[in-house]
Design a binder for this molecule. Structure first.
Ligand SMILES: Cc1cc2nc3c(=O)[nH]c(=O)nc-3n(C[C@H](O)[C@H](O)[C@H](O)COP(=O)(O)OP(=O)(O)OC[C@H]3O[C@@H](n4cnc5c(N)ncnc54)[C@H](O)[C@@H]3O)c2cc1C
Length: 377
């Protein structure tokens, strides 16, 4: 067993860490304060090959592998969590098109996703009436000559108003239980995007509703086979869940660094508060949780890279990392006392940004259901 990164993975870590600390982190508070979409950051990531890390160079990607991708995502999240979620969904969409798309679809979308040439990628599964229960989708796709006609609405779609292509999950008329995946481009008549949601955290990220009103798309925009949508969604979410672990580890790591630095500066009762055991234990607990989370995330990413089944491991990593990360951010705020609660310091933002990691791409409760399936039938 080797607990070491390869030279390439180390290079990715160093490059992205430097970018995150020097360029992304200094802008993160302002992006949060103004709820500003970080297009400049995302274009910079594209220039470094970080938006297409999971498919080959022949399609514009950098094919860095799941471990290097998760390292990069963690580092970006430590700098600016709103930027990381835009990066994560674009990589997830690109990988799904790479895995399940036709040659024509790959050529059409992948280079432009990696370079930001066509915009970001969006993934539209959730609906107003169907969140955890993807089987409850009500958006329909009905065949009509050489087209599919989409009707319905989607909720909480990341990157939705900046997407060059959105993977939309819909049920086909013939068999309502069968879900298919469709590639929808902006500007398609009948496709409208709602106003950005006002959120607790990740305020720079773009989260919108979408509606489809007799939206006619060419049949060639079906991704994968008819009825393969759920398979595609679950495959994308498996990889995505490791990504959420990495986001949580990155955000909480930044909070822990801030708390450790503060604890050594802040003096009470004639000494730095880092001298109090209560403070040291909060830091130690946070660091231990994040280390364990990192090992779970690395293992799941490594299994993915090896082509092994990793659904259970991805869910374990997600539930553990998001919850350990939330606790670490709580501790960081506590270590800073009253200053932790005000905006002058970054830890309250980290706490707001990390909350959603226990919710999106499957809540903690759903991850526990997935894990328990391997234990009891
Ligand atoms: C910022 C943000 C970005 C998002 N981005 C996207 C995106 O890009 N694409 C997309 O498709 N979706 C996206 N989502 C949606 C997200 O994935 C859903 O919010 C999430 O899956 C939960 O669904 P829900 O909100 O409908 O909650 P519900 O499914 O209504 O769940 C409510 C509560 O009930 C619990 N619950 C539900 N079922 C069970 C059960 N069987 N057992 C025990 N407890 C259960 C849940 O765990 C939760 O605590 C995003 C959400 C947010 C907030």
């Amino acid at each position: 067993m080797r607990f070491e990164l390869t030279d390439e993975q180390q290079q990715v870590q160093e490059m992205v860490r430097s970018l995150a600390r020097k360029t992304l982190a200094p802008k993160a508070a302002e992006i949060d304060e103004d709820s500003r979409f970080p297009e400049d950051n995302l274009r910079q990531l594209a220039g470094l090959g970080l938006l297409g890390m999971l498919y080959p160079a022949s399609f514009g990607g950098s094919e860095a592998g799941a471990v290097a991708y998760n390292i990069a995502l963690r580092e970006v999240a430590g700098g600016c969590a709103s930027t990381a979620v835009g990066m994560a969904v674009t990589n997830m969409v690109g990988e799904a098109i790479w895995r399940f798309g036709s040659e024509e679809q790959r050529r059409k979308y992948l280079p432009g996703l990696a370079s930001y040439g066509i915009g970001l990628g969006a993934f539209a599964l959730t609906e107003p009436g169907a969140g955890s229960d993807a089987g409850g989708l009500a958006t329909t796709a009905v065949e009509d000559g050489d087209r599919y006609v989409l009707n319905g609405s989607k909720m909480f779609i990341t990157n939705g108003s900046h997407a060059g292509v959105t993977i939309v999950m819909a049920v086909t008329q013939k068999d309502p239980k069968r879900i298919s995946a469709f590639l929808v481009e902006p500007g398609t008549p009948g496709f409208t995007v709602g106003k950005p949601e006002r959120k607790m955290g990740l305020k720079g990220s773009d989260t919108v509703s979408m509606s489809f009103d007799d939206c006619r798309i060419p049949k060639r925009n079906l991704l994968g086979g008819l009825g393969e949508g759920l398979k595609i969604a679950l495959a994308a979410l498996d990889g995505g869940r490791i990504g959420i672990s990495s986001q949580a580890i990155g955000i909480a790591g930044a909070a822990l660094d801030a708390a450790a630095a503060y604890a050594q500066d802040r003096r009470q009762f004639g000494q730095p508060i880092s001298g109090f055991q209560a403070i040291r234990w909060m830091l130690a607990d946070a660091a231990t949780g994040l280390e364990a989370a990192q090992l779970l995330a690395y293992r799941a990413a490594w299994m993915k890279e090896q082509g092994k089944p990793y659904t259970r491991e991805a869910s374990m990593a997600k539930v553990f990392a998001s919850e350990a990360g939330n606790r670490a951010c709580q501790n960081a705020v506590q270590v800073l006392g009253g200053y932790g609660y005000i905006r002058e310091y970054p830890v309250e933002r980290h706490l707001r940004d990390i909350k959603v990691t226990t919710i999106y791409e499957g809540t903690s409760e759903i991850q526990r259901i997935v894990v328990s399936r391997s234990l009891v039938r």
